[in-house]
Write a protein that binds this ligand. Structure first.
Ligand SMILES: [Cu+2]
Length: 185
C-alpha cells in the first residue's frame, strides 16, 4: 500500500484546458503531495459544484508518521468565506454532518482518508462555483506540525474519487437535491 507516487505537476498546465469532452479529464488534473512536519498529505481533490451551490467539499489522505497525535483544522479557503472539517454519519437513514470540534485527530502512525461519505473539508458560503479542471486552495492548520496551503484539483460533480467520473446514486452534500442531470460534465 505504500506504492503511492509522488506526483508534482507543472502548475497551471492542467488548469487552463477546457477538457469537458474528455471523460478522463479529471485524471489529468494531477494532485501534488504535501509534507509539513511529520504529516504527509496525498491526493487532495475537491468536487465540482452546481451553479448556485452554497457549499462544496474537498478531500485528501493524511498520514501522521510522527510519535505524537496531531489535530487538523481548516483555517481558510480562497473559494469560500468559511472552511471547516466535517464528519459524516448515518442517523436512521439520514446523512448528518457536523464540524469536528477542536480538529480532526490523526494518531501517530495513522492514515486518515477524507472522502465522500466520511470526513471532508467543508467549504461554506462559496464565493463562486467549484469548476472541474480548476483547483481550490485551503489553508490547513495542524496543532503540532504547523500550517500548510493545499491545492485541491477539482473533479466532476458527484465524483466518488479523483479521476473517476460521476456515477449513479452518488450521495450529495447538503442541499443535495441540486444535482440535476447535467451534460456539462
Ligand atoms: Cu460538510
Amino acid at each position: 500500500m505504500t506504492t503511492m507516487k509522488r506526483t508534482m505537476t507543472s502548475r497551471g498546465a492542467g488548469a487552463i484546458f477546457a477538457l469537458a469532452a474528455l471523460p478522463l479529464a479529471a485524471a489529468n488534473a494531477q494532485a501534488a503531495d504535501y509534507d509539513v512536519g511529520s504529516i504527509h498529505i496525498s491526493q487532495p481533490w475537491a468536487r465540482a459544484t452546481p451553479k448556485g451551490a452554497a457549499s462544496g467539499a474537498a478531500y485528501m489522505t493524511i498520514t501522521n508518521s510522527g510519535k505524537t497525535p496531531d489535530k487538523v483544522s481548516c483555517v481558510s479557503s480562497d473559494a469560500s468565506a468559511e472552511c471547516q472539517i466535517h464528519s459524516m454519519t448515518m442517523d436512521n437513514g439520514v446523512m448528518q454532518m457536523r464540524p469536528v470540534e477542536g480538529g480532526l485527530e490523526i494518531k501517530p502512525g495513522e492514515t486518515v482518508t477524507l472522502k465522500p461519505g466520511g470526513f471532508h473539508v467543508m467549504l461554506l458560503n462559496l464565493k463562486h462555483p467549484l469548476e472541474q479542471g480548476n483547483s481550490v486552495k485551503a489553508t490547513l492548520k495542524f496543532d503540532n506540525a504547523g500550517t500548510v496551503d493545499v491545492d485541491y484539483p477539482i473533479a466532476a460533480i458527484g465524483a466518488a474519487a479523483p479521476g473517476v467520473p460521476a456515477g449513479g446514486g452518488t450521495m450529495m452534500m447538503q442541499g443535495g437535491g441540486a444535482m440535476a442531470p447535467t451534460k456539462k460534465q
